[in-house]
Design a protein around this ligand. Structure first.
Ligand code: 13P
Length: 257
């Protein structure tokens, strides 16, 4: 982390968990225990149908609401889809784009990720763009090449002044939901690589202002060490975000110099 230059963001990705009724209980618990966590931004990326509940429950709190996906078209005949302006209108601030589960199960590609990033920025949302390699790709030694392609295509055509509004999340696929975490050094190495890509394209000032999270089995035990890395500016947390005590411990782990 480097709080002097950029925001630290701890975001929970609930995935397809918690009904609105169950989610309200979790958010009330988190809200009651994070207190005045001024050292980081806290986000709850809830299922789409939980959003109205979350916005209401988190009104007057320091916790922002995020969505997990959007459609890139502004409106039209796309049955079952949700547009960026619909999310914005509800009071959503962040939206996860290109999560590996969406790439794997729902045919999301670098091209659709790019369209979604544009749509989110256009509507005034902050995209959380997920990138990450599979175990096979890591073992082939092509992690950085792959991350470069994912990052460059996600931000293709985005003007320089909007880059800082994007949050990047490095999520190695082999670490998601497996209990297997990247070492702090591995996590930092790729986060640093992402910052280098931004620096080469947009310069040092923009690169140092961009928040780059790590995601993949981040939990109450390993969060402190991961967040102590200079280029890891927060976490995108799946499983551990569903337990208020664990999530709050991670938020507190971000309170370090
Ligand atoms: P886990 O924390 O459950 O590994 O999930 C990480 C993730 O995919 C967050 O988006």
């Amino acid at each position: 982390m480097n709080r002097r230059y950029r925001k630290t963001i701890i975001a929970g990705n609930w995935k397809m968990n918690k009904t609105a009724t169950e989610g309200k209980v979790l958010l009330d618990e988190i809200k009651a225990s994070v207190g005045k966590a001024k050292w980081c931004e806290i986000v709850a990326c809830v299922p789409a149908v939980d959003i109205p509940m979350a916005v209401k429950a988190l009104k007057d709190s320091r916790i922002a609401v995020g969505a997990q996906n959007l459609h890139y078209e502004p409106s039209g005949a796309y049955t079952g889809e949700i547009s960026a302006s619909m999310l914005k209108d509800l009071g959503v601030k962040y939206v996860i784009i290109g999560h590996s589960e969406r790439r794997q199960y729902f045919g999301e590609t670098d091209v659709t990720v790019n369209k979604k990033v544009h749509a989110a920025l256009e509507a005034g949302l902050h995209p959380i763009v997920c990138v990450g390699e599979s175990l096979e790709q890591r073992e082939m030694g092509i992690t950085n090449d792959l991350i470069s392609v994912q990052v460059k295509s996600a931000i293709c055509g985005v003007p320089a002044d909007k880059i800082r509004r994007i949050v990047f999340a490095y999520e190695p696929i082999w670490a998601i939901g497996t209990g297997k975490t990247a070492t702090s050094e591995q996590a930092n190495e790729v986060c640093e690589h992402i910052r280098t890509i931004i620096r080469k394209q947009f310069g040092a000032r923009t690169a140092r202002a961009v928040t780059i999270q790590y995601g993949g089995s981040m939990n109450a035990k390993n969060a402190h060490d991961l967040l102590a890395q200079p280029d890891v500016d927060g976490g995108l947390i799946g499983g551990a975000s569903l337990k208020s005590a664990d999530f709050v411990t991670i938020v507190n782990a971000a309170n370090q110099e």
